[in-house]
Design a protein around this ligand. Structure first.
Ligand code: NAP
Length: 264
């Protein structure tokens, strides 16, 4: 049991289940007051009550459907106006099963609204305020499928590649203003996202599935250590550094006046 302190308020999207609910609990344990955002009011109220009782923090519920422009703007406004907010966890997300060709256009549009547009507009609202304050943190939930786009639904994988790219760019733009940014790339994690998107987790996948608590604990450890990109499953962080280095080696040759000789 801890009491509320001066950590400020963490706004967690998708806090009603899975990874988001776990972030809410871990952050309350660290003494953050909470703003819990999702659509399911009952679940959010239950979580809010439990965390307030357990950790002595405040936990406000903010009902929003982040696939709707009006609700995104309402939450963004809160981020712009509430100077107590010191951390944004952009966690709400949906997945799609099967291939892009099999996905209906409404589900594709809803996924992009939530996984891409809401995350971008909320990051932008937070970035403005945190930059002015000279501190604050933005944690964006990506996925390892950003690195393995061939292994998952094309739209979901592309949305998570976007999250990784946005976070890397945002870091370059605002780190010098004292704002911490992190992309978290979980592998398979045991949550409702699988059933929600019509997939079943075959028991043969068990060795690859992390519990949400372990995933979030590792991600927060990465955040504490100042990592820009955290891949909780990756045993050797040198493998990620090597990939980054290979990418940066391309940089001097990515823009030239003439096409490469092989295209002449
Ligand atoms: N589980 C995995 O294997 C895995 C792996 C890599 C990345 N991730 C990412 O982790 C994040 C959390 O997913 P999870 O696994 O914890 O899934 P989850 O248990 O299904 O949780 C998703 C959360 O998003 C909220 N949400 C869904 N649609 C929403 C909408 N339109 N507006 C507002 N909130 C909405 C849900 O709440 P309501 O239904 O109450 O709105 C729920 O709280 C996602 O971004 C996901 O892509 C998950």
């Amino acid at each position: 049991m801890s009491t509320a302190n001066n950590m400020g308020t963490a706004l967690v999207t998708g806090a009603s289940s899975g990874i988001g609910a776990t972030y809410a609990e871990r952050l309350a344990e660290r003494g953050y007051n909470l703003l819990l955002v999702a659509r399911d009011e009952q679940r959010l109220q239950r979580l809010s009550q439990r965390l307030q009782e357990l950790f002595g923090v405040t936990a406000e519920v903010l009902i929003a459907d982040l696939s709707e422009a009006r609700d995104i703007e309402r939450v963004a406004q809160r981020l712009r106006r509430d100077q107590q907010i010191s951390l944004l966890v952009n966690n709400a997300g949906v997945a799609l099963s099967g291939s892009m060709a099999e996905s209906d256009r409404h589900s594709i549009a809803a996924l992009l609204q939530l996984n891409v547009l809401a995350l971008t507009l909320l990051s932008s609202a937070a970035a403005v305020n945190f930059s002015i304050a000279g501190h604050g943190g933005i944690i964006n939930l990506g996925s390892v499928v950003a690195l393995l786009p061939e292994r998952f639904n094309a739209v979901y994988a592309a949305s998570k590649a976007y999250v990784l790219s946005l976070t890397q760019s945002l870091h370059a733009e605002i780190a010098h203003r004292g704002v911490r940014v992190q992309a978290v790339l979980p592998g398979m994690t045991r949550t409702e996202i699988w059933q929600r998107s019509g997939m079943t987790l075959d028991p043969s996948f068990d060795p690859m599935i992390m519990e949400a608590g372990d995933m979030v604990d590792a991600a927060l450890r990465g955040f504490d250590e100042g990592e820009l990109v955290t891949i909780p499953s990756l045993p050797d962080s040198a493998d990620w550094q090597n990939l980054l280095q290979a990418r940066m080696q391309l940089a001097p040759n990515l823009s030239h006046k003439q096409p490469a000789a092989r295209y002449a």
